[in-house]
Design a binder for this molecule. Structure first.
Ligand code: GLA
Length: 437
């Protein structure tokens, strides 16, 4: 990246050049985590395990409705240097907390809201050990662990799922669970079991009622592929996603607008979907066929529920989003490399997803909308928010030679709007969780 400045439209002032958040190489990540481990615990770790953050291409707020999602793993990862202990103590440290090692006891920790509640990021690490035991995979031993992550925190890129997944593959190996296989030869069925425990940790220990897409992405994606995830059955299909061969790039725009999945908005969306399903007499909203959507929406509108309008909007998003996801997957599978009319259709589906999340699911925010509108106006084939929303990140599908231009346009729009400058990531479909060293 160069560091020249460009005039901001309408202001005559100069905007800074786009700042890209680099991913550490595996060697850099392993070295940083190992150095911290040695410094704090004074011995060698048994190894370093890592797990990626993710971006979701399409299929947003579909996972807890039993629908489809299509995430890729990022090259940005959480690295965990870990050493098994002979007792039930867990000691955790990160660069932010290196002065104070957190000490926990596997026999004492418990879900959020109970006396054993675990605070902050410790809930994602110790929580996985707790959840594995709850899921019948214990008893486990305690461990010492040092975290070094380059997944942007609060960027909607699943920094917490990366923590959970890295802990799960580390414990899988040091405690001899034998579920994960290797990065080169992953055991997908075993990883699906680890996903279950990671989701349990997030739901019960951290108190975030999320749906499982993030943990599945971190553990079950493959390099060069997007993961078609059927969230009802847990079945996955690897969909080739070689953007470079098509002269394309997926630009991630971290809006820097903080989002939190622990807060009430995500929970409220999920509750509205569950209510809609109940009113419609289906188990999950994925059971509503898009061909029957109008009829379903009419029933909700006339249901007499206090929030009937809300239920109509949320349901319309979920059912049309599952349909968009299915159509986009078909386009990817049938057209390689992505070009011409097919590329235009993919872009339109991405745009349709964002518009639905903005208008019907009401989970965008000004920073996300400005990023998406600007990217589209600057020549992106399609752009949308990704992840839970209410802040976090957006993605834009752009020609490789337009990445810088689109990023610069977003920086300029943010300056004009008075927003905190965004950061950017290059979303190369990367490898799932595994062992590094
Ligand atoms: C967050 C949650 C996921 C999923 C997405 C929205 O990332 O963790 O489970 O619900 O939001 O698609």
């Amino acid at each position: 990246m160069t560091h020249e400045s460009t005039p901001v439209p309408g202001t005559g002032t100069a905007a800074a050049a786009p700042v890209f958040s680099p991913a550490l190489t595996p060697e850099e990540g392993a070295a940083a985590a190992t150095d911290l481990f040695r410094e704090v615990f004074g011995c060698e770790p048994d190894g370093v395990w890592y797990a990626p953050g993710r971006v979701n291409i399409i299929g947003e707020h579909t996972d807890y409705n039993g629908g489809l999602a299509l995430p890729i793993a990022l090259p940005h990862r959480a690295h965990l240097a870990l050493r098994r202990r002979d007792d039930r103590t867990i000691r955790l440290v990160s660069p932010q907390t290196r002065e104070t090692v957190d000490v926990l006891d596997l026999d004492v920790i418990g879900p959020k809201g109970t006396p054993g509640e675990v605070r902050h990021w410790n809930a994602y690490v110790a929580g996985v050990a707790w959840a594995l035991e709850q899921d019948g995979l214990g008893p486990l031993s305690g461990f010492d662990a040092a975290l070094y992550s380059c997944v942007p925190l609060g960027g909607g890129l699943s920094s917490s799922a990366a923590l959970e997944a890295s802990t799960s593959v580390a414990l899988d190996e040091v405690c001899g669970l034998g579920l994960a296989g290797t990065v080169e030869e992953p055991d997908d069925a075993g990883r699906a079991r680890l996903v279950t425990s990671c989701v349990r940790a997030e739901n019960e220990m951290a108190g975030a009622p999320t749906g499982g897409m993030d943990q599945s992405a971190s553990l079950r994606c493959r390099a060069g592929h997007a993961l078609e995830l059927d969230c009802r059955t847990g079945e996955v299909t690897q969909v080739p996603f070689d953007l470079a061969a098509a002269g394309l790039a997926l630009l991630v725009i971290d809006t820097k607008a903080k989002h939190s999945l622990v807060d009430g908005q995500y929970r409220a969306r999920r509750a509205a979907c569950e209510r809609s399903a109940k009113v419609l007499g289906v188990e999950l909203l994925a059971d509503v066929d898009v061909a029957d959507l109008d009829e379903a929406l009419a029933r909700l509108a006339n249901s007499g529920e206090d929030n009937a309008d809300e239920l109509v909007k949320r349901t319309r998003h979920v059912v049309t989003e599952i349909d968009r996801t299915r159509r986009l997957i078909t386009l990817l599978q049938n057209s390689r490399p992505l070009a011409g009319q097919t590329l235009a259709e993919v872009g339109a589906l991405l745009n349709g997803s964002h518009d639905s999340l903005r208008d019907d699911y009401e989970c965008t925010c000004p920073e996300l909308d400005v990023a998406v509108d600007t990217a589209r106006a600057a020549g992106a084939h399609g752009a949308r928010m990704t992840g839970g929303g209410f802040g976090g990140s957006a993605i834009a599908l752009v020609d490789v030679d337009k990445v810088d231009e689109v990023a610069r346009a977003v920086v300029a729009s943010y300056a004009e709007a008075g927003f905190t400058p965004p950061a950017f990531l290059d979303a190369l479909p990367s490898a799932p969780a595994g062992r590094l060293a």
